[in-house]
Design a protein around this ligand. Sequence first.
Ligand code: PLP
Length: 404
Amino acid sequence: MSELASETSVSMTGLAQRWQSALMNNYGTPPLALVRGSGAEVWDADGRRYLDLVSGIAVNALGHGHPAVLEAVTTQLRTLGHVSNLYLAEPPIALAERLLELVDAPGRVLFCNSGAEANEAAFKLARRTGRPHIIAAENAFHGRTMGALALTGQQPKRTPFEPMTPGVTHVPYGDLAALDAAVDTDTAAVFLEPILGEAGAVTPPPGYLAGAREITADRGVLLVLDEVQTGIGRTGSWFAFQRAGVLPDVITLAKGLGGGLPIGACIGIGAAGELFEPGHHGTTFGGNPVCCAAALAVLRTIADEGLLEHVTQVGKEIVTGVESLGHPLVLRVDGAGLLLGIELAEPVSTLIAAAARDGGFLVNNAVPDRVRLIPPLVLSTAQAAEFLAALPSYLDAGQVATQP
Ligand SMILES: Cc1ncc(COP(=O)(O)O)c(C=O)c1O
């Protein structure tokens, strides 16, 4: 089917109706039907073009249809597709080796298929210390499976599924004294996001991660950093922990790693990498060669194209550009690299996101008082400028709604 045919053969209304009758209602019905993408652009069912500042929720690191990912996936699929962990295959080994090289510490890697699963693995790894308790942060998001949900510090997401997996305590994010007071001899691990992603790119106070490292190291407690959203170049370094100058015991990854293919990873550094024994954990698809080939292509391209520096530069341009608008609705821009949260004076992110969508820009409104920007790492300076030029009218749309 040609591109044009695929665009014209679907309509927003038709897809929405089919979605409503065939898919469970856990997401509601999305407001837009997308049919194709290229780089940081996507097109809807009517052929309208949008600049994609969401990238599949911080997933499409290289944008849509990057040739390196296409080539890696098709070559691998032609050569050897899925084999399971009953057999050796090179792609997961090469990917584990490359990730450890980037982490720059000895360790071992476990592959899975999503961020929630990476955190489930880390949760089980923590229980292997023989200590029962885990400390996580209020407002943090670690995924929707039962273990990851127990770690997630957002009560509304937990309440419908209680009772939660026991043993998890939440402390205020960014509060080292609270963390220090909560850690005791029963604590196996502290789970933290380096920046709260789903909460709208909330950066902790300076020194928070270093302080958490000190508290955990002193008491023999694992520090698990959930880099599902912050990892793989999103904040301008390979991993956000590198910006904070700390080395955790466990790192969880997903999202950007596969460049659009589903893959997650749980990395155990040093002794933490030795806690699982044969039979302790597993997943059929973990280390799937096609997903691993895609991930290797993503990592290679980030390095070859200097995307870490690019992310830092374009991120700064967006922060400066948004803050220099001087718009009364904008308090400041939080976050790092291309994980940014425009902090709003009023809880109107949904209105702003809707106005932006009507104007041809996709932004995220996961929380009411922040507009989150998580574009592909390849977003160009010109594309960032295009967004900055259009943003004031979308902010105005939000502000009008707040006036009596
Ligand atoms: C920090 C963090 N951890 C875990 C997850 C869960 O990942 P997944 O949706 O792939 O299960 C997310 C998803 O947004 C996330 O942002």
